[in-house]
Design a binder for this molecule. Structure first.
Ligand SMILES: *Cc1c(COP(=O)(O)O)cnc(C)c1O
Length: 401
């Protein structure tokens, strides 16, 4: 059995009203730095239950700015779980700070209070005092935020949550991004994520001063004020008012702006968020039901406590050794049947760049999770029949067809 149309592991859902929203901006006055940017930030803060949101060109930029405002710079250090996308660790490196990799739970892929503490004590042994921790919510399931927060507070460590997989998930009835358990939370609107903006990312925070700092850093470090003009005649006109052209740069900023075109798409997509999530949850329930008989060769995602996930990914664990087949052979065979799969993720501490920096490290939880994981197709426009097709093809691979 083979699908007439290729089923990727994830993709965007763009509808006519999304397209109309973008066209409207294209016909308007502002393609960037216009009203859609602020409108998106307002909608996004509301949906995540945060006081403020700051939109950036993508989540990697958002992570970089979050690292800067939390004081990361060369000589400092931050803790990052090894089982994540490269960007979480790379953002720390952009500031010059060092990454201390934390291990993860071998069945959920999530950093735990225990693995956080283990990373902390390894850092202390190396004479480092981490300033920031970046917990990562994986596949839509969230880390144990309250215990992690407690440890971070005890050690005076700021928390930047990488919530790129968790838009719409909640932990103990608190929305991902609400910043009840963290200082800042970062989201991505890359097309495979829960909503699509083409490229896009955002930081949420409950601190308006921090949001203001982030917005300044996002726009070259420019501040339209006349606090301390370098030369008196630069800042003030003859009446002592700020010169109309005046701006000043007090710190090194970036161009990490998002355009009105992207934000218009984001505003339109946010309206569909609950529908998208509901469909993801239905698809996951169907996968769960159909795949259950394949245990223990194939195990469904292990649920964590206190979390209602929006399910960015449906990542099963397969005992490839017991099966006697490699993951690559299964992925290639599924691809021939027009079914896309993906691996989330290769442990970042194993990447040559990080090995060259920090040497070979032993993080068995991350390596174990990696060795078994496979993400099956999951996106809101999939049909129930699509799920049956994927499961049928997996059954064939597992010799249960
Ligand atoms: C997608 C993703 C990112 C990076 O997002 P971009 O918007 O592509 O920069 C970072 N962390 C995680 C966990 C992600 O899934």
């Amino acid at each position: 059995m083979s699908n007439p149309q290729f089923l990727p592991y994830g993709r965007q859902v763009i509808e006519d009203d999304d397209i109309e929203a973008v066209v409207k901006v294209l016909k308007g006055d502002y393609l960037t730095t216009g009203p859609a940017v602020e409108a998106f930030e307002c909608d996004f803060a509301k949906i995540t239950n945060a006081k403020e949101s700051v939109v950036c060109g993508n989540a990697t930029q958002a992570l970089h700015l979050a690292c800067i405002v939390n004081g990361l710079t060369s000589g400092e250090a931050a803790i990052v779980p090894s089982l994540t996308f490269l960007a979480t660790a790379n953002a720390v490196r952009y500031t010059g700070a060092n990454v201390i990799f934390a291990d993860v739970h071998p069945q959920t892929g999530l950093m735990t209070a225990e693995s956080f503490e283990a990373a902390l004590s390894r850092a202390n042994d190396a004479g480092l005092k981490p300033k920031v921790v970046l917990p990562v919510h994986l596949a839509g399931q969230m880390v144990e935020q309250d215990t992690i927060q407690k440890i971070a507070q005890d050690h005076d460590i700021a928390i930047i949550t990488d919530s790129c997989h968790a838009l719409g998930s909640s932990y103990k009835n608190t929305q991902a991004g609400a910043c009840k358990y963290e200082d800042m939370s970062v989201f991505s609107f890359h097309p495979v994520k829960t909503i699509a903006m083409g490229e896009g990312g955002a930081i949420t925070t409950n601190d308006s001063n921090v949001a203001e700092k982030l917005r300044i850093l996002r726009g070259h470090g420019m501040e339209h004020r006349s606090a301390n003009p370098v030369l008196p005649d630069m800042g003030l006109d003859e009446n002592g008012n700020p010169n109309p052209w005046y701006y000043e740069m007090n710190g090194l900023g970036y161009n990490y702006r998002e355009s009105d075109i992207h934000c218009a798409l984001g505003i339109s997509q946010l309206k569909k968020l609950s529908r998208f999530i509901q469909r993801r949850q239905e698809l996951v329930a169907l996968y769960d039901k159909l795949l259950l008989p394949l245990a223990p060769l194939l195990l469904e995602p292990l649920r964590v406590e206190d979390c209602v996930p929006s399910w960015h990914l449906y990542a099963v664990r397969i005992d490839f050794e017991a099966l006697g087949k490699t993951r690559a052979s299964i992925m290639n065979s599924l691809k021939r049947k027009n079914i896309g799969t993906q691996v989330h993720y290769m442990p970042v501490h194993q990447q040559p760049y990080y090995r060259n920096l920090y040497g070979v490290q032993n993080l068995p939880g991350a390596d174990n999770y990696y060795s078994q994981t496979l993400s099956l197709p999951l996106f809101p426009s999939m049909t129930d029949d699509n799920v049956h097709e994927v499961v049928g093809a997996i059954e064939e691979e597992l010799g249960r067809g």
